[in-house]
Design a protein around this ligand. Structure first.
Ligand SMILES: [Zn+2]
Length: 185
């Protein structure tokens, strides 16, 4: 469920709505006379498309005012393996990736891109709570394609290897890659 927020000068109303919302469906009180009846004169989206600015005309006193509606995403909670919950923290995911990628030739941009992908997948697949395992899986999946060393480090820390053979396979690839690197030096 998304929360739509209508604001006028410091005065803020938060209303929980279902995603179906009609044009100007939110009740906004006129700042001059307090009437709740108004007519939407003009609506336009902000440049990022996440907010709508509406010019309204009060049907009580005919004064015009502006309301802003912004889609505010409810923060997702991460459910850990021991069932404890904590709010999703982008920085924490990035820290895990940075640790796994230490001394590897991986740009900060690529790491940020993985976190972007994690956030996108969470938004698409979960409404309120997301298992930490899912986050680990998405990161693992991306690191696997990016860098085998970082992948093994991350997967062993987060224990996301499905079984021992998968781990051994990853390790073998890692070792053979390091040998190749040694020869190249
Ligand atoms: Zn009014």
């Amino acid at each position: 469920m998304k929360v739509y927020e209508a604001a006028y000068r410091g005065w803020v109303v938060k209303e929980s709505h279902s995603t179906r919302t009609r044009e100007g469906a939110i009740t906004v009180r006129c700042p001059s006379c307090g009437s709740e009846k108004d007519r939407v004169v003009d609506s336009r989206s902000s440049s990022d498309g996440l907010a709508v600015r509406r010019r309204r005309e009060c049907q009580g006193c005919s004064k015009r005012f502006t309301s802003y509606e912004r889609i505010e995403e409810t923060p997702r909670m991460v459910v850990k393996k021991d069932l404890r919950r904590e709010p999703f923290n982008r920085g924490k995911v990035l820290d895990g990736i940075i640790t796994a990628c230490q001394k590897r030739k991986i740009s900060m941009e690529s790491m940020e891109t993985i976190v972007d992908e994690v956030e996108k997948r969470i938004r698409e697949d979960f409404d309120q709570e997301v298992p930490s395992v899912f986050i680990g899986e998405v990161v693992t999946e991306h690191l696997r394609n990016l860098d085998s060393v970082a992948y093994v480090r991350f997967a062993s820390v987060y224990q996301e290897f499905a079984d021992v053979s998968e781990f051994l396979h990853a390790l073998t690839r890692l070792v053979s890659k390091e040998r190749t690197t040694d020869v190249q030096r």
